[in-house]
Design a protein around this ligand. Structure first.
Ligand SMILES: *[C@@H]1O[C@H](CO)[C@@H](O)[C@H](O)[C@H]1NC(C)=O
Ligand SMILES: *[C@@H]1O[C@H](CO)[C@@H](O)[C@H](O)[C@H]1NC(C)=O
Length: 472
């Protein structure tokens, strides 16, 4: 009797749940714009570096009745945490006359998406009316998404990695026609998932064309291939940019660099490494290039032992390149901690805005090429006496203020602290820090010196007087 009751109760709860969920899906159908169809989707996945770049071309059509101003891009929940950036543009014209207009992209919450899919929403320049078509170009980049297998390799072995995705583009829309191209760094591909219409030629793998796929279609694929490109990851980078109104910008950068590929196994033989450079340590890297602004000077590079002289600086009108070489080559799992410092002419980076405020226009991101930064902190140290700082960045970053005291400072300097996680080279774009400054403050430091000398003079005179009076 009791068991029957319990069963009845469970059935009731189930029925209730069902009615609730069907209610929700009804709500969803009416609110989400199922009025878009993708006429053609072309996806190009570039796996040549450890930073994965995906170029998507979407030809969309409004098949509904009302105008549409937003297009959703879907990501599997396992992938979304690795998305470093998403950019979108709408294109007009053909071939050489093609023009690009950047569009706003932001993360978007959609309730009860199947399998926990996550979304970014692209805002169109003008709403797409009924029956109209548009072509979107999307770029997104993924970090930490190539999984080394085997997990550990010896000095002479090549590095193999897994890449997982879907042969079908995950999308909330119906897709009429689609093709995916995957580019590998070399022709050394151990294995890949074979589905209908799978083709491999040289370094290119092709999935498709596939036609008429329902929303949220997914078809897992896995590619196992060789990738010996430097898996250079900076776990933490702190860049300090100190503005001195006496004419210079002093930059100090603290790096914690790691080789994030397959872990090194066994002992490291420097003899083998140096005598057979082509085979030994193919997955390791020993040099890394930093792109610095032109007119850089007083460059130094040191680690906790001291200065490292094995760095070369090349400069020209447009840029400077600093090639740095840690004390040992980096193999999988190995780390190097070091500091780079340099000085830049202030007039290249400090300007006055039309409303009389001063502003620093500097590059965000990391100067090391082809590097992921897990956590980046930029500290802009403003001159003493600066007030009301405000920051303009091309993407959202965390901000806070600190105060720093250096010698001869009276009230301390305001430090604008910017923080961002998962930074890729695509984030190297200008940002600005605006502040108010009264030129009289420039006299503060020299005045302090004058006052100090004067006091010293008074004190020593007084001392001599006392001394004299005592001797009498
Ligand atoms: C390291 O190099 C910097 C800049 O060239 C120099 O000022 C400093 O004295 C050097 N330190 C040592 C320990 O050699
Ligand atoms: C900042 O500098 C870049 C070039 O480095 C320039 O294109 C941009 O217009 C500058 N921004 C401002 C606000 O001055």
């Amino acid at each position: 009797m009791a068991a029957e009751l319990r069963l009845g109760g469970a059935a009731l709860v189930l029925a209730l749940l069902f009615s609730i969920s069907s209610h929700f899906s009804l709500l969803n159908a009416s609110s989400s714009p199922q009025d878009i169809q993708i006429v053609n989707a072309e996806r190009r996945i570039d796996l040549t570096s450890h930073i994965i770049k995906v170029f998507l071309t979407l030809k969309i059509e409004n098949t509904g009745t009302s105008p549409v101003s937003e297009v959703l891009l879907a990501f599997p929940p396992t992938e979304v945490d690795h998305v470093a950036l998403v950019k979108a543009a709408v294109t007009a014209g053909k071939k050489k006359k093609k023009t690009y207009h950047p569009l706003d992209v932001k993360p978007s919450e959609q309730s009860n998406a199947p399998n926990g899919a996550k979304f970014f929403s692209v805002s169109l320049l003008k709403p797409l009316s009924k029956g109209e078509m548009a072509t979107l170009e999307v770029l997104y980049e993924l970090t930490h998404s190539l999984e080394p297998f085997p997990l550990e390799i010896s000095q002479s072995e090549s590095q193999l990695v897994y890449f997982r995705d879907s042969a079908l583009l995950l999308s909330p829309y119906y897709i009429k026609q689609q093709t995916t191209f995957i580019r590998t760094p070399s022709t050394k591909v151990e294995s890949f998932t074979k589905l209908e219409s799978t083709n491999r030629v040289g370094t290119e793998l092709k999935y498709g064309p596939y036609s008429d796929r329902a929303p949220y279609s997914f078809s897992p694929i896995i590619v196992h291939f060789e990738n010996n490109n430097p898996f250079a990851v900076v776990e933490e980078l702190v860049r300090e940019v100190e503005i001195s109104h006496w004419g210079s910008l002093q930059i100090t950068e603290n790096y914690r660099l790691v080789h994030a590929g397959a872990r090194h196994k066994g002992v490291f033989s420097r003899v083998e490494y140096q005598s057979r450079p082509a085979q030994s340590g193919v997955s390791s890297f020993k040099r890394i290039l930093a792109r610095l602004p032109p007119r850089v000077h007083s460059v130094y590079y040191r680690d906790n032992i001291g200065n490292i002289s094995s760095s070369r600086l090349r400069t020209d009108y447009q840029k400077s390149e600093l090639e740095i070489e840690p004390r040992y080559p980096l193999f999988g799992g190995w780390k190097a901690t070091f500091v780079i410092g340099y000085v830049l002419p202030l007039q290249d980076f400090l300007f006055e805005s039309s409303d009389g405020r001063r502003y620093l226009n500097f590059t965000f991101g990391c100067p090391l090429i082809d590097t992921v930064v897990d956590k980046l902190t930029i500290k802009v140290v403003l001159p003493e006496g600066s007030k009301d700082p405000s920051v303009v960045t091309p993407f959202p970053v965390e901000q806070q203020l600190e105060t720093k005291y250096t010698y001869l400072d009276v009230v301390g300097r305001t430090v604008v602290v910017l923080e961002k996680k998962n930074v890729v080279p695509e984030h190297n774009s200008p940002f600005q820090v605006y502040y108010n400054f009264k030129p009289i403050f420039m006299l503060a430091e020299p005045l302090m010196l004058v006052v100090a000398f004067f006091l010293f003079f008074v004190a020593s005179t007084a001392y001599m007087h006392i001394d004299l009076s005592l001797s009498k």
